[in-house]
Ligand binder design. Structure first.
Ligand code: CAA
Length: 240
């Protein structure tokens, strides 16, 4: 039987492509979602991948949901912390609520997702932790003080976990997608989006499958020495 993979925010956008790719690679996949029941049902009908509903910002819900996934599919070998939100606003207009919503989901959500799975990975001496960060965690972004802070923080989580897990056969790596053609990016006002695309040397938005490709690479059993790294997939928009 294949290894078990959990993808948070795994029924839509980049997460949907990741779930499908891991299933195609032979993993038994569980995908979480936060609220959109209709999209989750359509995703399961199309892919046969079971979805689980919980809010990654809530530790108890995450721990209970993860316990259910492990009861259904077996111990989780690969976790892809992908769930994320934006609440963009120029800093002078950003509210404490917008700050906290994004911190709770994108940063604390990674803690809540990985922490309950970590002890089992240590015991079994195998784990793959893949965090979906962002180009905007690397370079910052106008109107994204909150989001950029979380995505930069995600890189700190990965680099620390990589050191803690290395001797237990656990790797932790990050992927920094650039602007990918998902609902999140399509929600940017068209004029602003056009100017962003004009600044991407590839001359186009990325495809969700191009991020899933990176996840597949990092999740593999023979990727064990790739640990604490960051893969940028941004069409040459930014170099670290
Ligand atoms: N750089 C410099 N100035 C910018 C700017 C930028 N990137 N974007 C907007 N501005 C300027 C505008 O030109 C405008 O200037 P003027 O007042 O002189 O006309 C001003 O900032 C905007 O002020 P507003 O009060 O009109 O702004 P607003 O409250 O309506 O907010 C916005 C608009 C939320 C900033 C909107 O422009 C927006 O959504 N921008 C895109 C932000 C972005 O890139 N988000 C990434 C989302 S995708 C993602 O996050 C996925 C990922 O990981 C890559």
């Amino acid at each position: 039987m294949g290894r078990v993979a959990l993808v948070t925010g795994g029924s839509r956008g980049i997460g949907e492509a990741i779930s499908k790719k891991l299933k195609a690679d032979g993993y038994r996949v569980a995908a979480t979602y936060a609220g959109n029941d209709e999209a989750a049902a359509a995703f399961t009908a199309e892919t046969g991948i079971k979805t689980y509903k919980w809010n990654v910002a809530d530790y108890e819900s995450s721990a209970a949901g993860i316990a259910q996934v492990e009861a259904d599919l077996g111990p989780i070998d690969v976790v892809v912390a992908n769930a994320g939100i934006t609440r963009d606003a120029p800093f002078h207009k950003m509210t404490p609520e917008q700050w906290h919503q994004v911190i709770d989901t994108n940063l604390t959500g990674v803690f809540n997702t990985v922490h309950p799975i970590w002890p089992g990975m240590r015991e079994r001496k195998f784990g793959r932790i893949i965090v979906i960060s962002s180009i905007n965690g690397q370079k910052g972004q106008f109107a994204q003080v909150n989001y950029a802070a979380t995505k930069a923080g995600d890189l700190g989580i990965v680099k620390s976990l990589a050191q803690e897990g290395a001797r237990a056969g656990i790797t932790a790596n990050a992927i920094c997608p650039g602007y990918i053609g998902t609902e999140m990016v399509m929600a940017i006002p068209e004029k602003v989006r056009d100017s962003i695309v004009a600044g991407i040397p590839a001359g186009r938005l990325g495809e969700p499958d191009e991020i899933a490709r990176c996840v597949s690479f990092l999740a593999a059993d023979d990727a064990g020495f790739i640990n604490g790294s960051t893969i940028s997939a941004n069409g040459a928009q930014f170099f670290v």
